[in-house]
Design a protein around this ligand. Structure first.
Ligand code: FEO
Length: 179
């Protein structure tokens, strides 16, 4: 059985992951409106990955027999100055999510909840990947320095992103998804 504290923290994490998805949907809409179609596609897939993360936490609550009690999701911003700024804000947001995951891990350790530690390890690794992929994109935008040809090339690269089979399968599974 999960502790009350861990149950509340994971319920909050479900909301944080859904907010991430909501934020990336908003970013995708802005990018699309500004003509960054590849970046909008990338962000749309990122939004779906965040739903996958939320589902993983939600399923974990159910598996451990804990109560799912979700809070409100705040409205995301809807305007940015440039594609570079969108990804910089996304990176800053991912850093906050990483801190949340690390807090959950610290709580699991403090409670000697070994099952939760093993479950959370996947997210610790995932955050390293998420931060690194956004950092790479930021670097590319900085190198392009707002020049049309560079921006076009980055957009083409971002357009090629696909969802992993793991995420695709989990999102198309009958709920609760086998994440
Ligand atoms: Fe669910 Fe991007 O962290």
């Amino acid at each position: 059985m999960l502790s009350k504290k861990m149950t509340a923290a994971i319920n909050s994490q479900v909301v944080a992951e859904l907010y991430s998805s909501y934020l990336y949907v908003a970013m995708g809409a802005w990018l699309q409106t500004e003509g960054y179609l590849g970046a909008a596609h990338w962000m749309g897939l990122q939004a779906r990955e965040e739903v996958f993360h939320a589902t993983k936490f939600y399923n974990y609550l159910l598996e451990r027999g804990a109560e799912v009690k979700l809070g409100a999701i705040e409205a995301p911003p809807f305007k940015w100055k440039s594609a570079l700024e969108v990804f910089e804000k996304s990176y800053a947001h991912e850093q906050k999510v990483t801190a949340l995951i690390h807090n959950l891990m610290s709580l699991a350790k403090a409670e000697s909840d070994h099952a939760a530690e093993i479950f959370l390890q996947w997210f610790v690794t995932e955050q390293v990947e998420e931060e690194s992929s956004v950092q790479e994109i930021i670097q590319k935008y900085k190198l392009a320095a707002g020049q049309g040809a560079g921006l076009f090339m980055i957009d083409q690269e971002l357009a090629a992103r696909t969802l992993s089979v793991l995420v695709k399968d989990a999102l198309t599974a009958t709920p609760p998804a086998a994440a």
